[in-house]
Ligand binder design. Structure first.
Ligand code: PSV
Ligand code: MN
Length: 434
């Protein structure tokens, strides 16, 4: 006999009841912060409403337990297919109020588009960018991607990779998506293995065929990555190459910045500023890292860097320099935490960085920069970054009917244990990022 009473963490009443005990102290903290900000000339409601409007897409692959090249330690109750993934994404959105869309990866998430649409709709979710996958071979696939996909030396392999991207667009069209993210693993592991110039030319040729099939209101997001799995030379390895490709392809092609895809210590906020200048900043894959493409939780290692990225975005809006706002997506690998908890925490960290960036007095900072007041200019940024905006984030969630304390509420619902009961594990343990 099943003695468990499953609580649905998405249940509005459950959330409201759980919030009830924290409302009074939150109100006190919020009022105190409002008074503090008022003294600094900042109206708290402007920041709160900004946070309430903030959205980030959940990567469908993020709700499964990730792994490294060495091992994967499966967690209990992992999603077994895209419909389970959608259910987990709905929990994340219900508790954070910040993640109304899901970014699908094909073929990992291939399913009947009608069914996907109906299920997502029932769960109150929409679809963000579609991701193509030409970095792995699939069963019964005629040609291998071992030596590349869009840049392969053989036309038949390139054709197959282009076809796959066109299929992703078709699927995305049926789902209401508006973007295709293209990341290729193509490159070389040895000097001499690949003709560096010709490989890029083949990329441009293949990418142009995908670009030609884009619906007029779609964006093609080009994602660069410095290394891995191609360790000597990756074809689309940096933002310069990505920008060159986006400019060659046309107005609908833009660059996607995955925070983990740069050399250590690279000034990512400056890359963001340059891409904004070029009108080519298309979107982000947020995550964090210490050494390389670590795919750690956004804001967990370098929250100041995350803040500086948002500072550029808010500044661009303030100057009227931002054309369309870039797509916000997470792209993380949760190897040892519950993916739902990590994703909720990361969505909150993005909101924190955004709220802090909204606190910067832009007129004042501009004047300080103009007058070369180095000390006060850096203090102006630090003052915003060191402000504890937690009450704003919690209040924004409460007003949206989400959780004041998402992780505590999630744990008290017993959702993971319920998933473990109803989602028997798939056999075998794969290694790798998915
Ligand atoms: C590659 O490392 C990447 O960042 C790309 O966005 C992929 O689509 C994703 O990770 C999942 O492998
Ligand atoms: Mn990525």
């Amino acid at each position: 006999m099943n003695t468990h009473v499953d609580i649905d963490p998405r249940d509005r009443n459950f959330i409201a009841e759980s919030n009830a005990s924290a409302v009074t102290s939150l109100q006190g903290d919020y009022d105190a912060l409002a008074a503090q900000l008022r003294r600094r000339g900042i109206e708290i409601e402007r920041v709160t409403s900004g946070v309430m409007d903030f959205h980030v897409a959940i990567p469908s692959w993020g709700v499964g337990t990730g792994g490294t090249r060495f091992a994967r330690f499966p967690g209990p109750g992992e999603p077994r297919h895209v419909f389970d993934k959608l259910e987990d994404c709905a929990v994340i959105h219900a508790l954070t109020g910040a993640t109304p869309t899901v970014s699908l990866h094909i073929p990992w998430d291939r399913a009947d588009p009608q069914e996907l649409k109906v299920r997502a709709n029932d769960l109150g979710l929409g679809f963000d960018a579609m991701n193509s996958n030409t970095f792995q071979d699939q069963k019964a696939q005629p040609h291998s991607y071992k030596y590349g996909s869009l840049t392969h030396t053989e036309a038949a392999v390139r054709d197959q990779a282009v076809e796959h991207n066109l299929e992703c667009i078709q699927l995305g069209l049926a789902l209401g998506s508006k973007a295709l993210t293209v990341w290729i693993a193509d490159g070389a592991n040895f000097p001499g293995q690949q003709h560096l110039a010709r490989a890029f030319e083949r990329y441009l040729e293949s990418a142009a065929r995908i670009y030609a099939a884009l619906p007029p209101d779609w964006t093609m997001l080009l994602e660069h990555k410095m290394y891995e799995p191609a360790f000597y030379a990756t074809v689309i390895q940096d933002w310069g190459t990505s920008l060159l490709a986006a400019q060659t392809l046309g107005a609908q092609a833009r660059c996607l910045v995955d925070l983990g895809h740069h050399a250590p210590h690279v000034n990512i906020e400056m890359i963001v500023a340059r891409l904004i200048h070029a009108g080519k900043l298309g979107g982000f894959h947020f995550n964090d890292s210490k050494y390389g493409d670590d795919d750690l939780d956004a804001g967990s290692v370098e929250p100041f860097r995350l803040f500086l990225v948002f500072n550029e975005l808010v500044d661009a809006e303030w100057r009227g320099a931002a054309e369309d706002s870039p797509a916000h997506m997470l792209d993380q690998s949760h190897n040892i935490t519950d993916p739902i908890e990590s994703l909720m925490s990361s969505a909150t960290e993005l909101q924190r960085a955004y709220a802090q960036a909204l606190l910067v007095d832009r007129e004042q900072l501009s004047a300080l920069q103009q007058g070369n007041d180095v000390m006060q200019a850096q203090q102006a940024l630090k003052r915003a970054f060191t402000t504890d905006v937690q009450p704003i984030l919690a209040e924004a969630r409460r007003r949206k009917g989400a959780a004041i304390e998402p992780i505590a509420l999630y744990r008290s619902s017993g959702y993971r244990a319920a998933c473990a009961r109803r989602r028997p594990p798939l056999s075998g343990s794969r290694s790798g990022i998915v």
